[in-house]
Design a protein around this ligand. Structure first.
Ligand SMILES: Nc1ncnc2c1ncn2[C@@H]1O[C@H](COP(=O)(O)OP(=O)(O)O)[C@@H](O)[C@H]1O
Ligand SMILES: NC(=O)OP(=O)(O)O
Length: 347
């Protein structure tokens, strides 16, 4: 996990290593959440300037991104035009967002790299993510998608059988099933591109959710995965050293939204799990980011950071944001505790 690499998969001189950056909705839409093509292109262009700076500094970057606003909007388009053209399922909508956002991210990053005199080797992979067909999340929609609406308008859609949730100051938002991601099915192709030196965009929107049939064939299922939870899996799949979850707040916070609100800096996975168990992080927003950050470090990742896009360079070095790292003393003790068993196995 700790071997520093360059963009072509070999060791880097400055020891920066490989970083998986998960870009949140704010990096993909306008400041007011607007998802017009112009607003999306402009927001992605800003995000790719920061990513290009990181690549130029020697960091080996892999990218993933959210799709909540976009996939929700596609769903509405499908429903409104169902009497005119055949509607498609939610997994198809997710695949379509990987296409448009992948195209937008690749184009913007290539342009930003060229402006810096760097070779532009960037690719996007249509990515499937395995889920369990028996995941209880299929019966309990939690993933917010699409636009915010005032309560009265949202309730009209609830009456039609849709699930909507009060998301606070911005209004109500539609929610859809979001099962736990189990495996990035296309990880071998992604690893091949990364090893060949491509800055790879993968598992957009958490990946297209698929289940595996008895014959081994995968088929799409109607859900939208959490891109941060899939990012933790993807980061491990590409042997990333650091997972950066880039959003619109500089830190995860305790007592968020109260007079007592305070930023969380450096924490261990155990401490962060404790805060999560105490209900400090909202579901469908900061909750899954915290869970993803913890999962990556628990799986052997060196560091996870939750921060805002403008701080990603400092975040990679562990100098900004909420930085999740294993307690070094506990890690050494765990290795020491396992050592006799390892020695006995070897004997
Ligand atoms: N404890 C918390 N600390 C910080 N932000 C929180 C917390 N709980 C909820 N949030 C909300 O989480 C939001 C980030 O999540 P989200 O909107 O899903 O981001 P993105 O679209 O960037 O993935 C913040 O804008 C903030 O409103
Ligand atoms: N799929 C997903 O998690 O998208 P957002 O980050 O836009 O919510």
């Amino acid at each position: 996990m700790t071997t520093p690499r360059t963009a072509n998969g070999t060791r880097s001189a400055n020891g920066t290593g490989r970083v998986l950056i998960a870009l949140g909705g704010n990096a993909m839409t306008g400041p007011d959440g607007s998802a017009t093509p112009d607003a999306q292109r402009a927001a992605v262009a800003v995000a790719m300037e920061a990513v290009a700076d990181l690549i130029v500094s020697g960091v080996d970057v892999v990218l993933t991104h959210g799709n909540g606003p976009q996939v929700g909007n596609l769903l509405v388009k499908n429903e409104l035009t169902a009497h005119v053209v055949p509607p498609v399922t939610l997994d198809w909508c997710g695949a379509q967002t990987q296409g448009t956002l992948g195209f937008t991210v690749v184009s913007a990053l290539e342009a930003a790299l060229r402006r810096r005199g760097q070779p532009a080797r960037v690719a996007a992979v249509v990515t499937r993510t395995l889920v369990d067909p028996a995941d209880p999340a299929f019966e309990h929609p939690t993933k917010p998608v699409g636009r915010h609406l005032p309560q009265a308008e949202a309730e009209r859609f609830v009456a039609l059988g849709q699930h909507w949730e009060d998301r606070g100051a911005k209004g109500w938002r539609r929610v859809v099933p979001s099962p736990n991601p189990l495996e990035v099915v296309d990880a071998p192709a992604i690893r091949t591109l990364v090893a060949a030196g491509f800055t790879t965009v993968a598992a957009g929107g958490g990946g297209i959710p698929v289940v595996r049939d008895a014959d081994g064939a995968e088929r799409g299922v109607e859900a939208v995965l959490d891109k941060d939870l899939t990012a933790a899996l993807l980061a491990a799949s590409v042997d990333a050293d650091v997972l950066v979850i880039a959003t619109d707040v500089p830190n995860a916070m305790l007592d968020y939204g109260t007079a007592n609100q305070r930023e969380l800096g450096r924490v261990t996975p155990e401490e962060l799990r404790g805060h999560a168990a105490a209900g400090q992080f909202a579901g469908g927003s900061m909750g899954p980011k915290v869970e993803a950050a913890v999962r990556f470090v628990e799986a052997g990742g060196r560091r996870s950071v939750i921060t805002s896009l403008d701080r990603i360079t400092a975040a990679v070095a562990g100098e900004a944001g909420t930085v999740v790292e294993a307690n070094p003393v506990a890690a050494v003790e765990a290795i020491a505790a396992a050592a006799p068993a390892v020695a006995a196995d070897a004997g």
